[in-house]
Design a binder for this molecule. Structure first.
Ligand code: SF4
Ligand code: SF4
Length: 64
């Protein structure tokens, strides 16, 4: 499982990451992105690469 770190101060709620995530991991709530389903994350980093505000970072867990 990947660790999804969101900087909620930087997120402006554009929804790009929610749209691009192939696994439905992210959702918008009150104009800020939330992690809905972290177990489903495959670590593709589409969210991280495309966030215009650098608000998402995908990290490795202890098992890589
Ligand atoms: S792409 Fe970035 S700014 Fe847009 S909703 Fe996702 S985390 Fe927030
Ligand atoms: S790394 Fe890929 S699967 Fe994980 S939250 Fe981001 S877009 Fe979704």
């Amino acid at each position: 499982m990947k660790k999804i770190k969101i900087n909620t101060h930087w997120c402006k709620g554009c929804g790009i990451c929610v749209t691009l995530c192939p696994k439905g991991v992210l959702k918008l709530e009150e104009e800020t992105v939330q992690v809905e389903n972290e177990e489903a994350c495959i670590g593709c980093r589409q969210c991280e690469y495309h966030c215009p505000d650098f608000a998402i970072v995908i990290g490795e867990d202890e098992n890589g």
